[in-house]
Design a protein around this ligand. Structure first.
Ligand SMILES: [Zn+2]
Length: 340
């Protein structure tokens, strides 16, 4: 039997919540990191499948469970803890989404409204004005739509893409290679890829806009900056990094009237942010930032590391049992399904 199944049973029959309470302590913050909430098997699905965190049905099941076992807080409560030392409730949990995909508005908002729960969406401010796909979705969609069976691709050379399985594996290789190149080279490589694979993508509205931001905010869903164009901060020059951090903050303030309290680092692993990025955030007036480094966080650590808040990365491949174990903080499962 797979280790995950054994653990799932152990959690179910031994009262895992209490076991994990003992391991992490009740005074902990768990931050869920979702991306897209949609069905990747739907005929009209567009984009990078790995960015799907849950179907709308699975998401509702997750939220139902979370609402029963955790104290879901809003961003302002966490902010008040960081700046004013206000206490957090036991088993505090914050629901977050990265990137600002349209399906967060169409599929996640109704569920959050139904349960009356707050959340945070980290938006790429440039995509609020221009909702066309970003590079990883273009890359993924190019493989899905091409009729080629082999091709010489930018960065990774000659590849056979004759079956869906081969396409998927080459696509992941391509996205991995693109993540490693300097930001200014990405766009040219993605354009080359589309040309080599001979595809023209339809104009799809992938992201919601400022109008939806207003409605989300009115329903308790804070929309906070995730840069202007989603570069990995450690792959761009310092002045550009500072612009991405400051301009996205200014845009959120001007276009939505919200207070900006928090930032989320694109890609979010330890290699994707730095001391100078944290300094830039602090200089621009941010009080906290979220990574994709895994785990719940003991409350005592939050105020010491407000620019390195950990989250639990969620994947569409997580069954409900795996989801529960990740959210409870079973260490062996926290990295599961990460596309980083
Ligand atoms: Zn992102």
């Amino acid at each position: 039997m797979e280790i995950e199944k054994i653990l799932a049973r152990a959690i179910k029959y031994t009262g895992g919540l209490h076991l994990l309470d003992r391991y992490w302590g009740k005074n902990r913050l768990t931050v869920l990191a979702h991306h897209r909430i949609t069905d990747p098997k739907a005929r009209d699905f567009v984009g990078f499948v790995s960015n799907v965190s849950a179907t709308p049905e699975a998401f509702e099941e997750q939220i139902d469970w979370v609402s029963k076992h955790f104290n879901v807080i809003d961003l302002a409560t966490l902010h008040a803890h960081i700046v004013d030392e206000k206490a957090l409730p036991e088993r505090a949990l914050l629901i977050t989404f990265d990137d600002g995909y349209m399906d967060n508005y169409t599929n996640a908002l109704p569920v959050l409204k139904k349960y009356g729960l707050p959340a945070v969406i980290f938006i790429v401010t440039g995509s609020m004005d221009n909702p066309s796909p970003l590079w990883w979705d273009i890359c993924s969609e190019s493989f899905r739509q091409t009729t080629k069976t082999q091709a010489t691709l930018p960065l990774i050379g000659e590849q056979i893409i004759a079956t869906a399985k081969l396409k998927y594996s080459v696509e992941r290789q391509m996205i991995g290679a693109l993540k490693r190149v300097a930001e200014h080279e990405k766009q040219a490589n993605v354009e080359d890829l589309q040309r080599v694979l001979d595809v023209t993508l339809p104009n799809t509205q992938m992201f919601f806009g400022w109008e939806q931001v207003q409605e989300l905010v009115a329903n308790g869903i804070a929309c906070q900056p995730h840069t202007v164009t989603h570069p990995i901060l450690t792959r761009i020059p310092e002045d550009e990094m500072r612009r991405q951090v400051a301009d996205s903050r200014q845009q959120v303030i001007e276009r939505s009237g919200q207070e900006v309290l928090a930032f989320a680092y694109p890609n979010g692993s330890t290699a994707d942010y730095s001391l100078s990025a944290m300094q830039a955030l602090s200089d621009s007036g941010y009080d906290m930032a979220f990574t994709l480094v895994s785990g719940p966080m003991p409350v005592k650590d939050i105020r010491q590391h407000p620019y390195q808040i950990k989250r639990v990365y969620l994947s569409r491949r997580d069954s409900m049992a795996i989801f529960q174990m990740k959210v409870l903080g079973v260490p062996a499962l926290l990295e599961r399904g990460k596309y980083l």
